[in-house]
Design a protein around this ligand. Sequence first.
Ligand SMILES: [Zn+2]
Length: 159
Amino acid sequence: MARPRNCRQVASMPGNDYFKPGGVPLSALEQVILTVDEFEAIRLADLENLYQEQAAEKMKVSRQTFGRIIDSAHQKVAEALVKGKALKIEGGEFKMAAMRKFKCYECQYTWDLPYGTGRPESCPSCKSGKVQRTQEERGYAGRFDRGQSRCFRGPQPRE
Ligand SMILES: [Zn+2]
């Protein structure tokens, strides 16, 4: 019997969810779907340069599972790049880390950080130190949830 799978933990959602080759109409393109957990694996392993053990820990999966996710992710990105396909980031099996919201009182910029990352020293937009945590919390992946993820959890209503 298969062991129930741990939910894959994702710290941040993709800023863009669609990439396509320039100059080709979308209707003429095949598309590759990269799941949000695969996107997160690329972010951790290839951008943050974490070892697979560390990256697996962050996503709360085994190293073997992480290896499968990153292999699949690399394959899809390579297919899109080499064959000139559109790349769409959507769905998958993941849980969004609970986020804390911060606000800059200098320029009104707001942004989210996952728990456990510490309080930001300055505003990422204007570098002012007048940053405050706001009460609003988000653990919500919004438009990325297309009902495909079994362990996706939307925002918990607060009393
Ligand atoms: Zn600011």
